[in-house]
Design a protein around this ligand. Structure first.
Ligand code: SF4
Ligand code: SF4
Length: 118
């Protein structure tokens, strides 16, 4: 299994980090040198720019999680990185919790699963 985050869309809500039973995700500060250490393709790497549609949807939402913060602190903020994709058991818990709809999972038969926020 390969797991990556489309970085420009990640709000930093940390829902994926919270729900994944096998610790696929690691929350990083956006300035960390290993912020692009998952298998996200070049266009989906973090380069310092947020997706405008995701900002428009989430920047004013008050749900107890930080959105678009630079650093991970207090349980949210920063950015999610799929550091442990091979451990994914495709339980799909992260796929329905991802605010930015930015998690991509590819199984061993090259089937693609994408997050849709419920
Ligand atoms: S689908 Fe995979 S990455 Fe997502 S929560 Fe389940 S085990 Fe973790
Ligand atoms: S659930 Fe989605 S938006 Fe929230 S931190 Fe994880 S990848 Fe980013």
């Amino acid at each position: 299994m390969e797991v990556y985050v489309e970085k420009q869309k990640c709000t930093g809500c940390a829902h994926c980090f919270d729900v994944c039973p096998v610790a696929v995700f690691s929350m990083k500060n956006r300035s960390d040198p290993d912020v692009n250490s998952d298998v996200a393709p070049e266009n989906d790497k973090w380069k310092g720019t947020h997706d405008q549609a995701v900002i428009d949807k989430w920047s004013n939402v008050q749900d107890g999680h930080k959105h678009f913060a630079e650093n991970f602190e207090g349980g949210s903020g920063g950015i999610s990185v799929g550091v442990n994709g091979p451990s994914c058991i495709l339980c799909q818990a992260c796929l329905v919790e991802c605010e930015g709809e930015c998690i991509v999972i590819k199984d061993d038969s090259n089937n693609i699963f994408r997050s849709i926020y419920k």
